[in-house]
Design a protein around this ligand. Structure first.
Ligand code: NAI
Length: 266
């Protein structure tokens, strides 16, 4: 049920890797709503070939860029505007990776070099991206920048490990840069999404049990990736022009629950 909410708008989508990626679901929805886009991901993803197939299926270009490299971000932003024919209206940051989680390090025994890398990829990349967009004056007025986050930024979910601090940092960057970008009439928000079965999500220990727990705890159940795509499109659209510097829960009500009798089978 498309409504042409993004007709004439153009932007960059970070983080689509395979067909389960939240970013891929969002890219599809953006196209369905009339938007034009460039896909981007880390150069290492080229090896898997999955993004190439996805891009081909919708006739969109990929520009590979490591989101931790300011030079590669600058190049991406310049090239994207050339391909799309003008300044950008929307940008999605859907990037997350924890080295310590990958290497199964316990929270009480973290490697700090890996932690730095985790913060750089998962959070500082968002500041780098916004700073590059800002300096290049690459966003149109009333443009919208969105990053995906998780409630472990506010509450403790032990197995989320250092990704919790990454998400806190990410959300803080959205607030702080949102202030500066408002001078250019550009909004910046984070969407705090329910657990969703994707490559990044499933990398967290005990993810399946946790997914089921969150689904029961949330009065509306877990928000699906398709619903996340709908919500993201609304934030890219002109219907939400005065929403900025917010962390917006998209979680079926999970964040405001204390106890749900459904958990106890009552
Ligand atoms: P995903 O694994 O499909 O996406 C993560 C992406 O980050 C991948 O495409 C990966 O290639 C990219 N990436 C990693 N390092 C990069 C770098 N240096 N430069 C550029 N890109 C890089 O998984 P998913 O779940 O779609 O993740 C997207 C976002 O959603 C992440 O920020 C994640 O933390 C967030 N999120 C995911 C939830 C879940 O349960 N799956 C819940 C809430 C938020």
């Amino acid at each position: 049920m498309a409504n042409n909410l993004l007709q004439g708008k153009r932007g960059i989508i970070f983080g689509a890797m395979d067909e389960d990626s939240l970013a891929w679901k969002i890219a599809l929805k953006v196209i369905e709503e009339g938007g034009d886009l460039v896909l981007t991901n880390a150069p290492v993803i080229k090896r898997f070939g999955s993004l190439e197939k996805l891009a081909e299926s919708v006739g969109k270009k990929i520009i590979y860029a490591d989101a931790t490299s300011v030079e590669e971000l600058d190049h991406l932003i310049t090239e994207s505007q050339e391909i799309l024919g003008g300044k950008l209206d929307f940008v999605l940051h859907a990037i997350g990776m924890s080295v310590n989680v990958r290497k199964k390090k316990e929270y009480t025994d973290l490697n700090y070099d890996w932690m730095q890398k985790t913060f750089d990829v998962s959070a500082i990349s968002f500041h780098k991206l916004m700073q590059c967009l800002y300096k290049a004056d690459a966003m149109n007025e009333w443009g919208s920048i969105v990053a995906l986050t998780y409630i472990a930024a506010q509450r403790t979910f032990p197995d989320y490990s250092e990704m919790a601090e990454s998400k806190s940092l990410l959300e803080s960057f959205a607030r702080s840069f949102g202030y500066h970008f408002a001078a250019k009439k550009v909004r910046v928000n984070t969407i705090s999404q329910s657990p969703t079965i994707t490559t990044a999500g499933s990398g967290i220990k005990g993810f399946d049990e946790f997914f089921n727990y969150a689904d029961k705890m949330s009065p509306l159940g877990n928000a699906s990736s398709e619903a996340c795509a709908d919500y993201t499109v609304s934030l890219f659209s002109d219907l939400t022009r005065m929403v900025t510097m917010q962390n917006l829960y998209h979680d079926g009500g999970f964040s405001n629950m204390g106890m749900n009798p459904a958990i106890l089978g009552m």
